[in-house]
Write a protein that binds this ligand. Structure first.
Ligand SMILES: Nc1ncnc2c1ncn2[C@@H]1O[C@H](COP(=O)(O)OP(=O)(O)OP(=O)(O)O)[C@@H](O)[C@H]1O
Ligand SMILES: [Mg+2]
Length: 350
């Protein structure tokens, strides 16, 4: 009779498989669950830190191969699952069951922040995550149009019920004011509007809340960073180098506010605007480059018709890049939050 296979030997093998983004092994990261050994059959589940994990296939294959290499193992069944780790600070700050808040920002206007925010949110939802989208551009809210939703369902007691489209819960000032009505805000009002959008909206449990910011380095990003502990910010920039200075100003502001910079996205790459500005900015600022989205009419049409390109034309190059970028953003959130959890906490003495 052959010697039975021990769970320890399987865990030892899986302990040699690295999570490529987090640079730790699957066992140390507590990603292996439900390990069962029956004769020469081994079954286990790998719990990833995001359903949008871009390296899912590779992790599954490496885990399978590592276990198959254990003497005596003939059959391996790997189940893949995910559970986004909680950024406890958010719960602490506003008592919201939201795991991660991620802002989409830029140094200047019209670079495609709202377009990126919408497609990022929808792509994350398509991967199976629970996603909300908050339009913090209270001066020029575009999210309702881009998501094809004109109004919110109403309220549920004292809380506003968010609208929902393409599996994403959304809230925008555009739902609360009449079209064409000018929106004039001063600092404190802006602050309370953002607070309301977070606290008075019944978001439910979310893995990711994507926040679309107004352009520039004004009050909104400041208020937001003060009110809520962001898991990170992505900076959208155009390919031309002339916009580098503006983009870099936006990025550095978040650095000053101690918001982790998840990376840079170059939007509208192509003949018209050229290419390379995003990579340049990422290099100069020493932050990751998350990818480039080509300039394609399908993207604009998606925004105008309220059917985001990742839904409407998922086979276009732009939609594919946007989906890949969503995976990169999710992976970066996992990395940044792991780094934060591992960082020694600093206690301030008074
Ligand atoms: N990759 C792309 N290809 C083609 N058109 C695009 C692309 N990205 C964005 N657009 C279009 O460019 C215009 C500006 O985009 P968007 O509104 O997303 O920018 P923004 O940075 O949010 O602007 P604002 O600063 O005014 O909030 C929109 O008409 C949008 O459809
Ligand atoms: Mg916008």
């Amino acid at each position: 009779m052959s010697k039975s296979i021990s769970s320890e030997s399987i865990l030892a093998a899986l302990g040699k498989v690295q999570e490529p983004e987090l640079h730790k092994d699957l066992v140390a990261l507590n990603m292996i669950r439900d390990l069962a050994v029956e004769g020469d059959r081994v079954t286990f589940t790998v719990v990833l830190t995001t359903p949008a994990c871009p390296l899912q296939g590779r992790i599954e294959q490496e885990a399978r191969e590592a276990v198959l290499a254990v003497p005596g193992v003939k059959h391996v069944t790997v189940k893949m699952d995910s559970s986004v780790p909680v950024d406890g600070r958010l719960r602490g700050a506003l008592d919201l069951p939201i795991k991660h808040a991620v802002a989409v920002a830029s140094g200047k206007g019209g670079v495609g922040k709202s377009t990126v925010a919408v497609n990022l949110a929808v792509a994350l939802a398509q991967s199976g995550a629970r996603v909300g989208l908050m339009d913090a551009d209270i001066y020029g809210p575009n999210i309702p149009t881009m998501m094809g939703v004109q109004k919110i369902p109403g309220s549920n007691g004292d809380r506003i019920v968010p609208a929902e489209a393409y599996g994403v819960k959304l809230m925008s000032m555009g739902f609360l004011v009449k079209p064409g009505q000018p929106l004039i805000w001063r600092g404190p009002m802006l602050n309370s509007a953002i607070r309301q959008f977070l606290g008075d909206v019944d978001w439910g449990e979310l893995d990711y809340l994507v926040i679309d910011l107004p352009p520039g380095t004004g009050d909104a990003p400041l208020s937001l960073a003060q009110i809520l502990p962001l898991s990170g910010v992505v900076i959208v920039t155009l390919p031309q180098t002339v916009s580098l200075e503006d983009a870099s100003r936006g990025l550095e502001m978040f650095r000053t506010l101690e918001v982790p910079i998840l990376g840079v996205i170059e939007n509208m790459r192509g003949e018209f605007f050229g290419e390379g500005g995003g990579e340049d900015l990422a290099r100069v600022a020493k932050v990751p480059f998350l990818g480039a989205v080509p300039m394609e009419s399908a993207v604009r049409i998606g925004g105008d018709t309220g059917e985001p390109v990742v839904v409407n034309q998922p086979d276009t190059a732009a939609a594919r890049r946007l989906m890949e970028i969503a995976g990169q953003v999710a992976a970066r959130i996992s990395v940044v939050s792991l780094e934060r959890r591992n960082a020694p906490s600093i206690e301030l003495l008074d």
